[in-house]
Write a protein that binds this ligand. Structure first.
Ligand SMILES: Cc1cc2nc3c(=O)[nH]c(=O)nc-3n(C[C@H](O)[C@H](O)[C@H](O)COP(=O)(O)OP(=O)(O)OC[C@H]3O[C@@H](n4cnc5c(N)ncnc54)[C@H](O)[C@@H]3O)c2cc1C
Ligand code: FES
Ligand code: FES
Length: 466
């Protein structure tokens, strides 16, 4: 049994003996660090936010806020964690705390530690200018009584970082990278390999193990459905799964790269992918969530499948037997079922180039931000020089048991000048193509109506500029 050690608020702590199913939040609170609050235990409120010291896309250390309710304690092994108790070591308020106090950003105070941690990370964000505040920094934090204006004002009032600030000094040194771990407590085990070959061997040796990457789906299962896993195989330290390659013929994204890092690296290209991230939950979630996890979950309302289907992406699956490419069209085999064999895992996603001339992502949800889709659509249309549709891929989520393409509607576009008429033809084919279901997010009729009205939206968006 390896021990479970990490750095918490500047001191090394030993959490050995804790069940691998324990979350960091539960462990912190049990230890008396009750500044970190539990609101929802499912990633929705940010009351449990803590900060990790992580390597950024440029390799330099930075503070990354995450929801501790969705972070397995064992995932913290070897890392540096800061909870709200650690932001003001000398006793004087941290600038994020001071701004919240002075601008009236807190009433009952339940949400306040979470906001402070998100503001703390924002304070040290590389490239933040004087008075600059990225509102996205607090998009994953909810407050039920103060109202958001004073909290936003606190964010805007954050001063520039003081040269003598010990937290700034910490960032001058490299961040720890999660190392290999084989941790057992009682009969339960947490395995964290660092190479793909090892991960595949462990996958084959432990067919019942649950894989975890960011944990933003899996740990909800643990918190809300009280699932307990005997063996957990973590993929987040596997070097090959953290790849990102923008090559001439394809964009290749490792299955375990956190979405916020993908977002920073793709920089809006292809636009279809760039449009996905701002609408994908909150930054607290995107700092952990991965494409591998989103695809493997195979949720019919996952947001990346319509985008990746429209882009003609393929999944590269790996096992001890080798690798194989699975076109995303053939990946979803039924409700929450995939073409992965029991010994396979997703290694990376490959998006072919050139990108389509026109790409749009639409997400229909009850709130614009931080919400799950009712219906989502990824549309990719390739035109020749004369403006005729050479290829079209129209993909939807939330209208069937799996993410799907509207194949007949695609055919109705190909070979025609891209215009209102072609859109009408596509709508006629898309109408009634799927049999969506009714749930608390929307009725079947509403979802079916979205299939065609999103094509109208596409034309309203693109047609105006043509
Ligand atoms: C508050 C909240 C908001 C959310 N909002 C959105 C949203 O807007 N849009 C959306 O699409 N989703 C959303 N989600 C769902 C979730 O964040 C995503 O599905 C995310 O991409 C999952 O990635 P992960 O790395 O956290 O997966 P994990 O939780 O680590 O894993 C999810 C599943 O995939 C398996 N798995 C993970 N990696 C691999 C791999 N490489 N190979 C094979 N299997 C693997 C795991 O075994 C598990 O069954 C939200 C979740 C929460 C809690
Ligand atoms: S307790 Fe609500 S996000 Fe963690
Ligand atoms: S101050 Fe009460 S929930 Fe935010």
């Amino acid at each position: 049994m390896a021990s479970l050690r990490f750095t918490l608020n500047g001191r090394e702590v030993d959490a050995s003996g804790a069940d691998p199913n324990t979350t960091l939040l539960a462990w912190l609170r049990e230890r008396g660090l009750t500044g970190t609050k539990e609101g929802c235990a499912e990633g929705e409120c940010g009351a449990c936010a803590v900060v990790l010291v992580e390597p950024g896309p440029d390799g330099r250390a930075r503070y990354v806020p995450v929801n501790s309710c969705l972070l397995l304690l064992a995932s913290a092994a070897g890392r540096e964690v800061l909870s709200v108790e650690g932001v003001a070591p000398g006793g004087a308020l941290h600038p994020a705390q001071r701004a919240m106090v002075e601008l009236g950003g807190s009433q009952c105070g339940y949400c306040t530690p979470g906001f402070v941690m998100s503001l703390f990370a924002e304070h040290y964000r590389p490239g933040r200018a004087e008075g600059g505040f990225d509102l996205e920094a607090i998009a994953g934090n909810l407050c039920r009584c103060t109202g958001y204006r004073p909290i936003r004002d606190a964010g805007r009032a954050l001063p520039m970082v003081d040269a003598a600030d010990p937290h700034a000094a910490r960032l001058a040194r490299p961040a720890p990278s999660p190392s290999a771990l084989d941790y057992t407590a009682g009969a339960r085990r947490f395995l964290r390999p660092t190479s793909l070959a090892e991960a595949c061997v462990l996958r084959a040796a432990h067919p019942d193990a649950r894989l975890v990457a960011g944990g933003t789906d899996l740990v909800v299962e643990l918190n809300q459905r009280h699932a307990r896993f005997e063996t957990i195989l973590s993929l987040e330290a596997v070097e090959e799964l953290r790849c990102f390659e923008d090559a001439r013929d394809a964009l290749v994204i490792g299955a375990a790269v956190p979405l916020s890092e993908v977002e920073a690296r793709v920089g809006g290209a292809p636009p279809l992918l760039g449009a996905l991230f701002p609408l994908f939950s909150s930054r607290l979630i995107r700092n952990r969530a991965t494409l591998g996890g989103n695809l493997a979950t195979a949720s019919p309302i996952g947001d990346s499948p319509p985008v990746l289907l429209a882009l003609g992406a393929e999944v590269v699956a790996a096992s001890a037997r080798g690798e194989r490419a699975i076109p995303l069209d053939a990946f979803f085999t039924g409700y929450r079922a995939t073409a992965l064999a029991p010994d396979e895992l997703i290694a990376r996603v490959r998006i072919p180039k050139p990108y389509p001339s026109i790409g749009r992502f639409y997400k229909v949800s009850k709130r614009v931000h931080d919400d799950i889709s009712t219906v989502a659509a990824g549309f990719a249309i390739d035109l020749d020089e004369a403006g005729t549709v050479r290829a079209a891929r129209l993909a939807y989520g939330g209208v069937a048991a799996t993410p799907v393409r509207a194949l007949e509607a695609e055919k109705a576009l190909v070979g025609k000048p891209f215009g209102a008429r072609a859109i009408e033809d596509a709508k006629a084919k898309a109408q009634g193509a799927f049999t969506p279901m009714t749930d608390q997010r929307g009725s079947a009729a509403y979802r079916a109506a979205m299939v065609t009205s999103l094509l109208d939206k596409l034309w309203a968006d693109v047609g105006a500029s043509r």
